[in-house]
Design a protein around this ligand. Structure first.
Ligand SMILES: [Zn+2]
Length: 450
């Protein structure tokens, strides 16, 4: 059992259940009927379109970073955690500090994960897919790594419930020579975070919590890799505050350097009059996948202005009202951007003629609500999750060496829908399904939506 898991984990997660349009619905009656429907062989069942409600977006609701995690009486401060870690790495006994220390190693952006085999199937219940977990190690298993390259992720436990407090760390071991982690006999391996994302069962609170922790850790480690020097004077930047900040090493500069977040607007453009939504394809997408428009924000631009400008530049459509939906941390974008923040909107079209900018997009088209609902086929997302979970299990056993990420977003089925949209791990899915199943939200009378 992972040291992070446990009942208090869930309590922390619930603090973040504030997304307006993404609600918990578990177990889902529709899902029950999908799995228990008697009399029909699986291949003949009609594809089930439904809305998947999450308690929070994937990578959000990190249980180590909630308010309770940082301000509770049992929380381990970064400085106390760093002191205990240094002592442990220097060979002090495990009693150093008054809390446990656990380390998550990464290699080339991939966290160490494990995937225990699920219980054997019985006649009454089929085998569930394996559930991956992060492979936390004691610091003694990460020898020869200087303590200042570890990044502090937060602490958990120690709140009087009998659970011992634990401090959690991540470290990049890509350059550690001779170190061996996981491998044969340990059933753990470094697994691409996107693969873990697709393989995470969105109904499994522990898996979604671990995904958020791994995403935060990857974002911090990648930021350390891309912020090696001071942008003001060019001197070396050194980690401070247990690796959560950096500072210029030049005594006459000492500029403080903070982890970077790159905001991206992502919008579902809606034709209210004809009850249609605009979906687009990029050439890098897998076949049949359509999604929302998205783009970066220019300096001096509001989020609403960025939504309107990007939509106009990429499709020639003029947008009027812009309504905020929700936001999602996205630590699995390009390596040059350690953590993007996807800020999701509904955008109401004022003009309907599409002129696709072929440099940005392969295609963009209006789709009816019925067609969009058909594209949201629950069975296909569940199948993609199960096959990715099995793939992670094989990787952890050493049975699969190649880790292609291009197939991660692929949704396959025996009778494929003409199109599909990204899975429930992506905010695009929830923007699209919120509109398809719940309709357009009431427009607030806010001056922020000029
Ligand atoms: Zn400097």
């Amino acid at each position: 059992m992972c040291a992070v898991g446990g009942p208090t984990w869930h309590r922390h997660v619930s603090l973040h259940s504030q997304l307006p349009l993404i609600r918990t619905q578990q177990p889902s009656p529709a899902r029950q009927s999908a799995t228990n429907q008697p009399g029909l062989p699986p291949a003949r069942r009609a594809p089930l379109a439904m809305s998947i409600h999450l308690r929070a977006h994937a990578f959000a609701a990190n249980p180590l970073r909630g308010l309770a995690g940082t301000r509770s009486s049992g929380a381990v401060s970064p400085s106390a955690a760093a002191e205990a870690l240094r002592a442990l790495l220097d060979g002090a006994d495990a009693a150093a500090g008054h809390h446990l220390s656990r380390v998550l190693p990464f290699r080339r952006g991939r966290p160490l994960a494990r995937s225990p085999d699920p219980p054997a199937p019985s006649s009454s219940s089929p085998a569930p897919p394996p559930a991956w977990r992060l492979a936390w190690l004691p610091p003694s298993r990460v020898p020869g790594v200087p303590s200042d390259v570890f990044v502090f992720l937060g602490s958990h436990g120690g709140e009087g419930g009998g659970e011992e407090a634990a401090a959690y760390w991540a470290v990049d071991v890509s350059e550690v020579e001779g170190a061996r982690f996981g491998g044969a006999g340990e059933e753990s391996a470094f697994v691409d975070l996107r693969t873990l994302m697709v393989a995470a069962d969105w109904r499994d609170k522990d898996a979604m919590g671990e995904l958020a922790v791994a995403g935060h850790a990857r974002a911090l480690l990648e930021w350390h890799n891309t912020a090696k020097f001071c942008g003001a004077c060019g001197a070396k930047a050194v980690p401070t505050e247990a690796g959560t900040r950096k500072q210029c090493s030049n005594e006459s500069c000492k500029k403080r350097i903070y982890p970077r977040v790159d905001p991206v607007v992502i919008m579902l453009v809606i034709d209210k009059q004809n009850d249609r939504a605009l979906l687009s394809r990029q050439s890098r997408f897998v076949p049949r996948m359509w999604s929302c428009l998205a783009g970066f924000i220019e300096p001096g631009e509001s989020l609403e202005e960025a939504v309107r400008r990007e939509t106009w530049e990429e499709t020639g459509i003029e947008v009027g009202q812009v309504i905020y939906h929700s936001s999602q941390p996205w630590p699995v974008g390009p390596n040059t951007m350690p953590c993007q923040l996807m800020v999701g909107f509904f955008a109401y079209a004022k003009s309907l003629d599409i002129h696709v900018d072929k440099k940005e997009l392969e295609d963009a088209q209006w789709h009816s609500r019925e067609d969009v609902k058909k594209a949201l086929t629950f069975a296909e997302y569940e199948k993609a999750q199960r096959s990715s979970a099995l793939k992670v299990n094989q990787i952890c056993k050493g049975a699969e060496r190649g880790q292609s990420t291009s197939s991660d977003l692929r949704v396959e089925s025996e009778e494929p829908a003409p199109m599909f949209v990204p899975g429930p791990y992506a905010i695009a899915h929830h923007l699209i399904s919120s509109w398809a199943f719940e309709g357009a939200p009431k427009v607030p009378s806010s001056f922020s939506n000029l």
